[in-house]
Ligand binder design. Sequence first.
Ligand SMILES: Nc1ncnc2c1ncn2[C@@H]1O[C@H](COP(=O)(O)OP(=O)(O)OP(=O)(O)O)[C@@H](O)[C@H]1O
Ligand SMILES: [Mg+2]
Length: 405
Amino acid sequence: MASETTSEAPNGGASARAEISPEAGVVVTCEVRGTDDPASAAKAAADAAGLAVAKHMGALPKQAIAGEGSYQGIVGQSQPMLDLFRMLERIKGSSATVLITGENGTGKELVAHAIHDLSNRAKSRFVATNCSAFNDNLLESELFGHRRGSFTGAVADKPGLFEVADGGTFFLDEVGDMSPALQVKLLRVLQEGVFMPVGATEQSKVDTRIVAATNRDLTAMVKEGSFREDLYYRLHVVALKVPALRERRDDIPILVAHFMARLAERDGRQKVLSQRAQQHLMAHGWPGNVRECENEIERLWVLSGDEGVIGEEHLTPTIRNGTRPGPGPRSSAGGEAGPGMVQISSRTLPEAVETLERAMILDGLKTAKGNKTRAAEALGISRRNLIRKVQAYGLDGAWNDKGKA
Ligand SMILES: Nc1ncnc2c1ncn2[C@@H]1O[C@H](COP(=O)(O)OP(=O)(O)OP(=O)(O)O)[C@@H](O)[C@H]1O
Ligand SMILES: [Mg+2]
């Protein structure tokens, strides 16, 4: 059966279009446009191919395929992420201080990079440091630099990171972990752009934009007196909150597809997730947010070895056992077994794709009580495309309004 599953993936200036034909193998055409750079061409081609396979398997909503669903490398299409992208767009010309908040692994550092890349400081450096990684003395020297002889081991003058980032952006991660003494010094940089290197007798001046991040509740810390209120307001000029993944569950499928496509590009091969594996991933609570999702996909990719379809058995037990996927496609599609199971025993990927596609279409029609418009919408394909597939698979009349499949 011929399929017209196509996918567009823009990557910088490059964009690629991949088309799947199960008859001929998997991806048969992959056009790349708008670049002479082999690296971005390969990236765009791999993305398009990965998305086309995922779309073909019914894994993705339409928006992700159209190359929407990401902004400056930040994948997301849920309302909270669209609001965040809108804010980033709004502040892109400014050098205002930004405070990024959000739980661990939500993408705060990715957002900080986007802020820098979108600013007119993009050609200068983006320098990052983590305030919780050093003790007070070391952090002070790291941030502001030191003069030779100012402490044992200070054998030469060393510039601080504020100076290294002069003209660019300085990302202060975990700013909530900064000691009160250093908070005062940071406040001076923010107010006057000046600081005193350790052991120096004169102040240094810099033009560094500060983007800070924390997973802590700074307003609560201000109330209890462990974070300076004046510093809080200085940092809070623009405040961005990166939502937890459980608050934007619509993003799970495109994040999964994104990480799969990246691995596909890295390894030069395609894989897809079984329907059950997808259901478990969709149902999981993701307390570790996007980082947990990224790690899980990489784990699945590695553990599934040479298998082209990644089964649920490779999932981390907490994800596999903690969630109960609802009944998925089932029987009468040929090759499937048991409620909620699509047993893909086909020898080739095209056969596996057909088996799953047929089962998903049947399930989609059943859920939509035979309404093709709604079924097509749920499956992420056009109504015309659905009708063609229904005919090709001989599923006409497979569902009638008495609920019989
Ligand atoms: N929306 C996203 N799209 C694509 N990749 C993402 C997204 N959000 C996070 N990631 C990836 O997830 C990982 C964690 O992101 P990041 O380090 O930016 O999170 P963080 O909020 O700074 O985490 P922490 O609080 O632990 O420092 C990174 O590998 C990042 O590339
Ligand atoms: Mg971080």
